[in-house]
Design a protein around this ligand. Structure first.
Ligand code: FAD
Length: 518
């Protein structure tokens, strides 16, 4: 163990003694109260990616935001320590973003998850107050009891509120309502200096906008006020298949241009039988679609658009008729258009069924060398070709998601990074592409995983070149220089926010952006 590491561990030990000792002379002048520290837990060095496994020296399971504030106040006041702190929500990062090597992990699920729902008199004035450590599935269950629900989602709901708000939070509703970070009214944040601040677009707004999409760099979100809307009882869930990429993306853009009629738009590239099967697990309709992926050694891929319409059971709106009218405008493969009606809850929670299916086959707790990229419309064709050149369809396990988003639904004050629009009108449309790949240990061991990670880096490097102009989403860049490139013209703002709210760079070391300073 090197000297610096030794000192770090001793410092944490000192911290624990100072915080937990009943002896008055050891306690610092500040009133620490009892902090609930653990050594490590099973999950503190683990995330969904299963690629990085950095162990902390201690884990805090706070019972209140005050405990987080005490810890960060203590650390930011102690000039001898290099201890870092990472909030861990549901740990569904891919590259160790919620880990803190030899630091302290704060497990946010220990905060009381009381959710309070406020129904406003006017449309657009209902909201929920929810703990930063609560899961979106908990918020959905609670808000549905009041006939309400958040407007903007992620595909998978077992993610924490603070975790997705630190990134963006996107799904098929994003084209219509913006990402989850565009649907927040207020936050409680504990900054890296230990200050507890309530912030909103009008109150401490710099911290509010910094924290949204801020990768956990500026503070720990302990409460969020999330905008709610009336929840539809049912959803019409539609899938249409394509054998041509241009037609597929044209139809997706047609759908996102109809926000009054359509409530959700996504899509995916079907590379092989497995991707057709795994993407269909939750869709409760028998598909007659039997594509020929391999015709005498010539591989071809297919595409599927998924869209949904909320059924408010308003007499004047016949959802069936709306779906038929939309389908007439689309250019999918004739007869390969399927629609089903499901409850709103089942629709939003559809990925849970995929999770259960993957778990039953031992394919959930495996390595996930995922790559997520925002791609400008002008570069999407080239990006798709680049991707397919770097994927072997015969051994690809997982899903390639691809769907359009609209730039004006994002608030440029937030910290999230999008591709530069280049000032061209067409660039209002951009795509999110998620290469959601699993490395099944039975067929892809350590060397194979390294190869997939190498290919992931290569695709990301070419795609971020100005020719395509993409930006990574949920990235973990290896050096500060690369982070600077990632943020581009927003880098100076990001650095200034860091200096203001976490000047010693205590928070979110797993992102690898700022080294800890004294
Ligand atoms: P963690 O992994 O625990 O943390 C992520 C980062 O946020 C870390 O830096 C951490 O320190 C920080 N953080 C955590 N909690 C807080 C807090 N309270 N305050 C401040 N910082 C905090 N994303 C989408 O946008 N759309 C999707 O459809 C989508 N689907 C997914 C499906 C699956 C199966 C998985 C595994 C991930 C998916 N994601 C999706 C990605 C997901 O949104 C991010 O990985 C998100 O960070 C996960 O939240 P978490 O609670 O697990 O965060």
């Amino acid at each position: 163990m090197d000297f610096a590491l030794f000192c770090t561990r001793v410092n944490i030990l000192f911290l624990l003694i100072a915080l937990c000792s009943p002896c008055k002379f050891i306690q610092s002048p500040m009133d620490f109260g009892p902090l609930n520290f653990h050594q490590t837990t099973d999950t503190s060095s683990l995330d969904f990616g299963r690629i990085v496994f950095d162990s902390p020296s201690a884990v805090l399971r706070p019972q209140s935001p005050k405990e987080i504030s005490l810890l960060l106040s203590f650390l930011s006041a102690s000039s001898f320590s290099k201890v870092t702190v990472a909030a861990r929500g549901a740990g569904h990062s891919i590259d160790g973003q919620a880990q803190a090597l030899d630091g302290i992990v704060i497990e946010m699920d220990s905060l009381p998850s009381a959710i309070s729902i406020h129904r406003g008199r006017e449309s657009g004035s209902s909201y929920a107050d929810v703990s930063g450590g609560a899961l979106w599935i908990e918020l959905l269950r609670e808000s549905l009891r009041f006939g309400l629900a958040p407007r903007s989602w992620t595909d998978y709901l077992y993610l924490s509120v603070g975790g997705t708000l630190s990134n963006g939070g996107i799904s098929g509703q994003t084209f219509k309502h913006g990402p989850q970070i565009s649907n927040v009214l207020q936050l409680d944040v504990v900054t890296g200096k230990g200050e507890q601040v309530t912030c909103s677009p009008t109150e401490s707004s710099e911290l509010f906008f910094a924290a949204l999409g801020g990768l956990g760099q500026f503070g720990i979100i302990t409460r969020a006020r999330i905008l709610l809307q009336d929840a539809p009882p049912k959803v019409k869930w539609v899938r249409a298949f394509y054998d041509d990429f241009e037609t597929f993306t044209e139809d997706q853009e047609l759908l996102v241009a109809m926000p009054d009629a359509v409530d959700y738009v996504e899509g995916f590239i079907l590379l092989n039988e497995q991707s057709l099967h795994s993407s269909s697990v939750a869709f409760p309709s028998h598909l007659e679609f039997t594509p020929e992926f391999d015709s005498n050694g010539n591989y071809r891929v297919y595409h599927c658009i998924e869209f949904a319409i909320h059924d408010y059971q308003v007499e004047s709106t016949d959802v069936e008729q709306v779906v038929t009218e939309i389908s007439r405008k689309m250019s999918h493969i004739p007869s390969h258009f399927y629609s089903v009606e499901v409850s709103y809850f089942d629709f939003l929670n559809r990925v849970r069924m995929e999770e259960i299916s993957l778990r039953s086959r031992g394919l959930w707790e495996v390595a996930h060398p995922w790559l997520n990229m925002f791609v400008p419309k002008s570069g999407i064709r080239e990006f798709k070709d680049l991707l397919l050149d770097n994927i072997s369809p015969t051994d690809f396990e997982g899903l390639v998601l691809i769907y359009p988003l609209l730039r004006d639904k994002w608030d440029a004050n937030n910290s999230a990074v999008l591709p530069d629009g280049g000032g061209r009108e067409e660039e209002q449309v951009m795509y999110i592409v998620g290469v959601l790949r699993s490395a099944n240990p039975a067929t892809c061991a350590a060397q194979c995983l390294q190869d997939l990670l190498r290919r992931r880096r290569r695709v990301a490097k070419v795609a971020t070149d100005p020719r395509i102009g993409a930006k990574q989403y949920l990235a973990r860049h290896p050096s500060q220089g690369q982070w600077q490139d990632h943020f581009g013209r927003h880098w100076d703002r990001f650095v200034a926010r860091k200096a203001q709210f976490d000047p010693l760079s205590i928070l979110a070391p797993g992102q690898g952006i700022f080294p800890r300073t004294y």
